[in-house]
Design a protein around this ligand. Structure first.
Ligand code: TPP
Ligand code: SF4
Length: 285
């Protein structure tokens, strides 16, 4: 059993007042308590950015990778011990810019990971430059005349690349986000939650008010098994028409479930034995 106090870290959050990362932090901890995630059954991996500080504020086993590289680290952890719940905390810059290649191939391989994509549409830690999610025309420090690039939908990319659980949450609705995090972790395969996360310091467009006014929950009768419909939904981003919830879910063998060497038991439960490999060297030299 995990209690809220077990997750309390000696470090107090350093995020700015009102930052959306607080909501993600609260939702993740609530999910951990409900599900009993602890140091023996779960690992958190983060990239570099404001989002990455998350692992300093939750007392669970964690690893902060290089910028853009939390997914390959998480993949390695999952392959070494496929019994673990492995959570990736990543930013839109980290996951879709620097780490875009890793994201695509993790989706394609359907690795059994839960990716929490803190999407504030900026590179915030480095003081608000344009990211792959910044709207066209937005003035930032790196685009003082207006962003000439178009953003893309991370959820459309995830569906097209082969992810099998694709959802969107809002950090301002912790209760719903907690549910999504639990469902994403229960899903066997690559789960991604695009989390709309206000950056109160640098993003003056994507505010709590903007998201409250412009998002809606997918209705009860929405069928997440319909891939074409899900793709259509993933491209919806207009006034009052930003869908929240599980857009797409499919059952497909995860990468890990197909690796025969870890079918019986995790890699780390195998005994390490010493072998003389001199004959091999001779054979191939
Ligand atoms: C290889 C590398 N490139 C660039 C940086 C500088 N850098 C650190 S954080 C960051 C942006 C992070 O943006 P995002 O992933 O969106 O996270 P946020 O801060 O918005 O949560 C950059 C460019 C770095 N640390 N390493
Ligand atoms: S800069 Fe933005 S994302 Fe970073 S802690 Fe402050 S409000 Fe949050």
């Amino acid at each position: 059993m995990t209690k809220m106090e077990d997750l309390a870290s000696p470090c107090n959050p350093t995020w700015c007042a009102g930052c959306g990362n607080f909501g993600i932090w609260g939702a993740f901890k609530a999910a951990a308590v409900q599900q009993g995630w602890d140091n023996l059954n779960s690992v958190l991996v983060a990239g570099i950015g404001c989002h990455g500080h998350m692992i300093n504020f939750v007392r669970l086993t964690s690893f902060e990778g290089l910028h853009g590289r939390p997914i390959p680290v998480a993949t390695g952890i999952k392959l070494a011990n496929n019994k673990l719940n492995v959570f990736v905390f990543t930013g839109d810059g980290d996951c879709l810019g620097e780490g875009g290649n890793h994201f695509i191939h993790a989706c394609r391989r359907n690795h059994d990971l839960t990716i929490l994509l803190h999407n504030n549409a900026l590179y915030s830690l480095t003081t608000g430059q344009a990211s792959p999610e910044t709207p066209h025309g937005t003035k930032t420090k790196s685009t003082p005349l207006g962003n000439p690039d178009e953003p893309f939908s991370p959820l459309a990319l995830a569906i097209a690349s082969g992810a099998t659980f694709v959802a969107r949450g809002f950090s301002g609705d912790m209760a719903k986000l907690t549910e999504l995090i639990i469902k994403a972790n229960e899903h066997k395969g690559l789960s991604v939650i695009d989390i709309l996360q206000p950056c109160t310091t640098f993003n003056k467009d994507y505010t709590y008010g903007f998201f409250r006014e412009n998002t809606y929950q997918l209705p009860q009768d929405y069928d997440p098994g319909n891939k074409v419909k899900a793709f259509e939904k993933s491209l919806e981003w207009t006034e009052k028409q930003i869908p929240l919830g599980i857009l797409y879910q499919a059952e497909k063998p995860s990468y890990e479930s197909q690796i025969t060497q870890i079918k019986e038991k995790p890699l780390i439960e195998n005994l390490v034995t010493k072998r003389d490999i001199q004959d091999l060297f001779k054979k191939y030299s």
